[in-house]
Design a protein around this ligand. Structure first.
Ligand code: ADP
Ligand code: MG
Length: 255
């Protein structure tokens, strides 16, 4: 193999919960600078697929490779450290912390010199902290959060918290980012801002998986769409093709 560059390859992923097959033999490849949408009805296995890829669940079958290395079944923090980072459907932010503090939490696990080393003020740790703070400012700007950076996150509107969730994931310096319904509950203006952030991440060369239900939002963003139904992949291709696909219409778009 070519080592896969920094692509993430999931091959033949199957995940069961007792008798339920939540994900059935799904293969897909996420490449740098490409946005792949993952869509399908509620319960079709989208979040479970992300949970398998990011080490929250170990699959019953299949393999996840990143940069040519087998990362299947690695614990989630090791998957994140390797550069594969996700956001959650329900934002997981620390309520009384400011936006900036929440973003710093995303950065912190990536610090080589953390904890004791930072306390002892080793030169490497100081340089790294300074670089990290500069990166936080850059991500705040990119996420349109500069103005609210020092406000407690729980005083801000839902859409702003969702942007902070994506910003925090970016601070972990991912190569691959998996966004689980980041646009859920956003206003149109907030969705435009999120779309711009996702375009910026694509331009930065991230490989992106985007779970979402808004077809017009996806149509302007994505390079490829994958449709799940009852855990099985029923379509892979472009959005226009998906909209005309009989199986997709029956399972997902038809109502
Ligand atoms: P989606 O994200 O597409 O809405 P999920 O991946 O959350 O779907 O769920 C796929 C199926 O797996 C659903 O039937 C759901 O009830 C089931 N499921 C998800 N997580 C668990 C779990 N931890 N235990 C048991 N069943 C689960
Ligand atoms: Mg889900």
């Amino acid at each position: 193999p070519d080592g896969g560059g920094t692509a993430l390859e999931a091959e033949g992923i199957t995940m069961r919960f007792g008798g339920l097959v939540a994900v059935a033999d799904v293969s897909l490849r996420l490449e740098p600078g490409r946005i792949t949408a993952l869509v399908g009805p509620n319960g079709s296995g989208k979040s479970t697929f992300v949970n398998v890829v990011t080490g929250i669940y170990r699959p019953a079958a299949g393999q996840v490779r990143f940069g040519g290395h087998d990362i299947t079944g690695l614990p989630d923090y090791q998957v994140a450290t390797a550069g594969v980072v996700r956001t959650f459907q329900d934002p997981r932010l620390v309520p009384h912390f400011t936006v900036r503090e929440n973003l710093l939490l995303g950065a912190h696990r990536q610090l080589r010199h953390s904890g004791l080393a930072a306390t002892l003020a080793l030169p490497g740790a100081i340089a790294e902290e300074a670089a990290q703070l500069a990166l936080v400012d850059a991500v705040l700007a990119l996420s349109d959060l500069t103005e609210v950076a020092d406000r407690p996150i729980d005083t801000l509107p839902y859409g702003t918290r969702r942007m902070a969730e994506v910003g925090r994931a970016l601070l972990a310096r991912p190569r691959v980012i998996l966004l689980d319904e980041p646009a859920a509950g956003l206003s149109e203006a907030e969705m435009d801002r999120l779309a711009q952030l996702i375009r910026d991440m694509k331009a930065m060369g991230l490989a992106i998986l985007l779970i979402d239900h808004h077809m017009d939002f996806l149509a302007e963003l994505v390079d490829e769409v994958v449709v799940l139904d009852s855990g099985r992949m029923i379509y892979r291709g472009d959005i226009a093709g998906m909209r005309g696909d009989a199986q997709v219409i029956a399972a997902y778009l038809g109502d």
